[in-house]
Design a protein. Structure first.
Length: 413
């Protein structure tokens, strides 16, 4: 094991000596000041006699298993500092998010790297430890000498996370600001992975995450969590923030979330939303959850049978937000009645001036709004569909159900 490595379990209890070698006390905790430096241990809290004292990082000459030697012994009493992340109080035994491993873990020890700066030792955060090796160190802490502990644990596989991959969850908004805690790394994760992490957290920690996430990222993650947790998260947020997130969701997903809320809460969020989004969602909320109307999305592409391939390409460019999941272009007459469907794949083998009417499928499978969701899933299975149009009692196109919608229903069954 490298000589420049020190564990938090070894730092706790280290004796601190003044310039003449006299013992001043022992280390009881240490702290970062993230707004100043995200990895350097900035303060050491010394418990000696009737009061706690604070040692700054630049007052230390050397740090080893034998103790801490000071080069400046003008210590000051410890006062609470909200800009400090105290490692023993705020990090040890706390749950954090391992962004690299995409999971929630509990910190059981911390690994520091000792570096020389201007002839003195500084500790830098290297890793947080979560495995058996760190648990072993905790068990024998203060019972056996650290050097013996190091020799004994070499046969235990290490399990640690680099500090730069750790994301701390802090429920207090003011403290998040003071500690410079952001969730920018979480925003780069796949929404499904972020949803898995969110479901492992406490309600307070979920709220803390969603309060600071970009609304688009929050919406994508929210759509991946279970309905009950969706409602819990939205109810915990300020109405304005909740509305921002709901607006970023597709209308059908937004309606599903709002349907899980109390009517009063749902109405308050709808009032905060922009008028266009609001009306679409309101219409979807009118349908029973277990019907085709409750499953469908109003995000689809519908054109006239007399439109050309070139027209379809222009329409897709103008509706980029739905093209990623677009499988079919629907054809509607002047009364908005569904008259055909064209698989998007057929556009690639056609000339720009080809009429969509000539490219529609031979058979048109559709369901009415009031059809039960069991019939919808049977239809998808029977005809191996990717998208299923939904019509009202007059035959007008009302929405579309995709395979993803069916999978969601089956998953929540």
């Amino acid at each position: 094991m490298a000589d420049n490595v020190l564990f938090f379990t070894e730092l706790l209890g280290l004796k601190v000596y003044d310039l003449k070698g006299r013992r001043l006390g022992t280390v009881k905790d240490a702290a970062l000041v993230p707004l100043v430096d995200a990895i350097r241990v900035d303060r050491y809290l010394l418990g000696g006699g009737w009061a706690w004292l604070t040692i700054r990082y630049d007052q230390i000459r050397s740090i080893s298993l034998d103790g801490i030697q000071l080069q400046d012994e003008k210590l000051v009493p410890y006062h609470r500092d909200d800009y400090m992340l105290r490692l023993g109080r705020d990090l040890l035994d706390q749950q954090i998010i391992d962004v690299h491993g995409r999971k929630v873990v509990r910190v059981t020890d911390i690994t520091f790297e000792t570096v020389q700066v201007n002839g003195r030792d500084e500790l830098r955060m290297l890793e947080v430890d979560v495995g058996l090796r760190s648990i072993f160190r905790r068990i024998v802490q203060g019972v056996v000498p650290p050097r013996w502990t190091r020799k004994s644990m070499v046969h235990i596989p290490p399990n640690s996370i680099r500090w730069e991959f750790c994301n701390i969850v802090e429920a207090d908004p003011q403290r998040r600001l003071r500690l410079n805690i952001t969730h920018s790394m979480l925003e780069k994760m796949h929404p499904a992975d972020l949803a898995d992490i969110v479901e492992e957290l406490s309600p307070e920690d979920r709220e803390a995450i969603f309060e600071t996430l970009d609304s688009e990222v929050a919406a994508e993650a929210l759509s991946e969590v279970s309905p009950g947790i969706q409602a819990s998260i939205i109810e915990s947020l300020e109405t304005e923030k909740a509305a921002e997130i709901i607006e970023e969701m597709s209308p059908d997903e937004a309606a599903d979330v709002l349907a899980e809320l109390e009517q009063e809460t749902s109405d308050e969020i709808l009032e905060e939303m922009h008028s266009d989004d609001k009306e679409e969602v309101r219409e979807l909320l009118e349908h029973e959850d277990d019907t085709a109307g409750g499953m469908m999305s109003t995000e689809y592409l519908a054109l006239s049978p007399h439109a050309t391939v070139a027209d379809a390409v222009v329409a897709m460019r103008e509706n980029e937000e739905i093209t990623e999941s677009l499988h079919t272009i629907f054809l509607v007459d002047s009364e908005e009645r569904l008259v055909g469907a064209v698989p998007v794949a057929r556009l690639f083998n056609a000339t720009p001036d080809s009429l969509l009417e000539t490219m529609k499928t031979d058979r048109l499978t559709k369901v009415e709004i009031s059809i039960h969701q069991d019939k919808v899933t049977e239809t998808f299975d029977k005809y191996n569909l990717l998208a299923l149009p939904v019509v009202d009692r007059h035959g007008k196109l009302a929405g579309v159900i995709t395979a993803d919608d069916v999978i969601t229903v089956l998953r929540n069954a």
